[in-house]
Design a protein around this ligand. Sequence first.
Ligand code: NAP
Length: 340
Amino acid sequence: MAIDVKEFDPAAPTHDGPEHMKRVVIVGSGPAGLTAAIYAARANLDTTVIAGLTYGGQLMLTSDVENFPGFAEGIQGPELMAAMRAQAERVGAKVIDQDVERVDFSKRPFTLNTDSDTYTADAVIIATGAAAKWLDIPSETRLRGRGVSTCATCDGFFYRGQDVAVIGGGDSALEEALYLSHIVNKVKLIHRRDAFRGSKIMQQRALSNPKIEVLFNTGIEEILGEDDVTGLRVRDIISGQTRDLAVSGVFVAIGHEPNTGVFRDKIDLDEKGYVRLIGESHTNVHGVFVAGDVFDTRYRQAITAAGSGCKAAMDAEKFLESEIAAAEHHPIEMVTPRNW
Ligand code: NAP
């Protein structure tokens, strides 16, 4: 598909921020956004993070994080995010607890509006993440982080040798079930229809795995347990009969929604609403970069999000540097993604 790449006049006026400092605005404050902020601020860019009314992203809903390098004993998700925020602020980034409500990427400087303020930017990094979809039943909300999870890579380890359930029928559910089959005693893979939506190869792997028991045509009535998950009440969609399954973990894998509503019609999104990535961190609008789960449907890890935040900030810096050089009629090699 041909991508409409928007170019701008490099000599156009820049933002109204501190003299000689290019302004980068980062939207989102999960590992991608805050890592981008640390790199941008340390590159001497005037860096503002519009963090959202609740900062920190999905890790704020996670308890123990044992797979983020550097924490031998693990760390609580909110604690990790507070440390990333403090680090970004210490190196000079401003973190604003507001939601972006409108953006204008059609001219430079870019503008971003919250309900009370307008921010201008020479470069923007979109790091608004994605949210896991939930079943939306009260017991799920109550037991989130206490046996209910949306990330087997993050939490599977806590259920070594136990029985768990995975809910969903797409590639995510199949992948989660296969991953968990190496760790737990038994995985009950529960899908509401009689056929999976995921790829054939993943289906074959799941169906032939002796540790995975597939329950088709099965709906979720209730997640059982007071303080921690002890089971799952399921309903046979054909017979209408309910029964209880004993499991100590429930992995909800029914899809994700990218947080891109505010960017619709402003940059290229794919058919599912994820930002369409060009090269390593570029979007189709020159000067607007992307990092983390808002484009990445594959890895969705805090560490990969942080890595992509670093790339986006470094690419934004190079982009601004090349602009300054162009404006001074002193061209240096433009940094251009290979597949543009
Ligand atoms: P998905 O393909 O949209 O599948 C979501 C699954 O959850 C569907 O089976 C759906 O059932 C079920 N579901 C949705 N809402 C539900 C509800 N309220 N209650 C019970 N079940 C519900 O999402 P995904 O699996 O996260 O995959 C998203 C995209 O990422 C896909 O394009 C996928 O191929 C890709 N992906 C790829 C890989 C890989 O290649 N390794 C891994 C993960 C994801 P129905 O089938 O009845 O609609």
